[in-house]
Design a protein around this ligand. Structure first.
Ligand SMILES: *[C@@H]1O[C@H](CO)[C@@H](O)[C@H](O)[C@H]1NC(C)=O
Ligand SMILES: *[C@@H]1O[C@H](CO)[C@@H](O)[C@H](O)[C@H]1NC(C)=O
Ligand SMILES: *[C@@H]1O[C@H](CO)[C@@H](O)[C@H](O)[C@H]1NC(C)=O
Ligand SMILES: *[C@@H]1O[C@H](CO)[C@@H](O)[C@H](O)[C@H]1NC(C)=O
Length: 323
């Protein structure tokens, strides 16, 4: 068989894999506010993953097999203390490579390495690139098996290390703190969706020519770098005036631009960024107009602004940073 025939088989394989293994999110509804998944994301190469680890579902991811980064992960904030130690061992999704197994596992344990590489990012894609494997569902929001489960490359995208380790992780810390006090400890349940926008130039992690382990050039530069990272938050509560929501949108550069928005605004901004006809992250706006939404958001932004990191000058002057 010549290389073209092989390529044909690879494409056929990818197509079969998609049809077989990613039907819908029916086993993952508990991670969506109101049981409804985000609407309007319409990538041709998308795969729906109910993230399974140790025989349990932990969160949901919409994955783009072409860019080899997720579109979003939907998850809830784990309430209560963690009892077990976690391991930061990154895993991959065997189902994306045509395997029957429904659980994430170690890359070395995936049999068909070609199918693996065709459909998702691998460890080699991130090695020595200068980019972080940025979590969408943050490990700090989960416990025990759920925390281990966040370490799958299908829940990660290349993030600029300054953005990821400084501004974004600081947001995650403050957000977790506020959601614990003002949502889960008040008998609410926090639903979150975190996503990344592929940059419009299809800019990919560059190859390092000298890195022998990277193999052939056409195998290298494969993973699209996101231009933006976003998070939408909804605290669901049986008492309507204890429900609240808001969102954040960050630019994946060392400038660490981060702005706060309401859900309607984020839907609108994502519609522009993804060039989609319409986007709806939650089934409704989850009380975005309430006093509580504004108050909790202002407590978070106040904490962020109190941070001494002097990088606010680099923001895009056309956009407000915090309301
Ligand atoms: C979204 O997907 C549906 C069904 O596959 C298709 O009919 C529609 O044209 C797609 N829309 C866009 C904007 O790609
Ligand atoms: C997390 O993963 C490590 C390594 O695979 C394992 O030893 C540990 O038991 C796991 N922890 C939980 C809570 O599943
Ligand atoms: C959402 O934000 C926009 C822009 O700040 C504002 O015009 C709109 O009134 C807000 N919506 C609600 C319901 O607060
Ligand atoms: C959030 O919770 C803290 C601690 O209980 C409380 O002091 C604060 O007022 C709450 N914030 C809002 C906006 O209710």
């Amino acid at each position: 068989m010549g290389p073209l025939t092989l390529l044909g088989f690879a494409l056929l394989w990818a197509g079969l894999g998609r049809a077989e293994v990613v039907p819908d999110f029916s086993t993952c509804k508990q991670f969506f506010y109101g049981g409804t998944e985000p609407q309007g994301f319409n990538h041709t190469q998308q795969a729906k993953i109910c993230q399974k680890y140790e025989n349990q579902h932990h969160f949901a991811t919409l994955y783009d097999k072409q860019s080899r980064i997720p579109v979003w992960s939907a998850y809830t904030l784990h309430a209560g203390k963690c009892s077990k130690k976690t391991s930061e061992t990154w895993k991959v999704e065997p189902q994306l490579s045509g395997e029957q197994e429904k659980e994430m596992k170690m890359e070395r344990d995936v049999r068909n390495k070609t199918a693996l590489k065709n459909n998702q990012a691998t460890h080699a894609d991130y090695e020595k690139t200068g980019y972080d494997r940025g979590h969408l569902n943050p490990s700090s929001f989960q416990c025990n098996e759920g925390q281990n489960a966040t370490y799958t490359l299908t829940n990660a995208a290349p993030m600029d290390p300054c953005f990821n380790r400084d501004r974004w992780s600081e947001l995650e810390r403050n957000l977790k703190n506020q959601l614990t006090k003002n949502c889960t400890e008040q008998q609410g349940k926090a639903f979150l969706v975190t996503g990344v926008v592929p940059n419009t130039r299809q800019y990919k992690i560059p190859i390092e020519k000298n890195d022998q382990r990277r193999g052939k050039v056409q195998d290298a530069s494969r993973v699209v770098v996101p231009s933006h990272v976003w998070t939408a938050v909804c605290c669901e509560h049986s008492t309507n005036n204890k429900k609240f929501s808001f969102a954040f949108l960050g630019v994946n550069t060392p400038g660490k631009i981060l702005e706060s928005l309401n859900i309607t605004e984020l839907n609108q901004r994502l519609r522009e960024l993804y060039k989609a006809p319409s986007i709806q992250l939650f089934k409704d706006d989850c009380n975005e107009n309430s006093r509580l939404s504004k108050d909790v958001l202002s407590e978070i932004t106040k904490e962020l602004l109190d941070d001494p990191t002097p990088d606010w000058t680099e923001q895009d002057p056309k956009r407000k940073k915090y309301q």
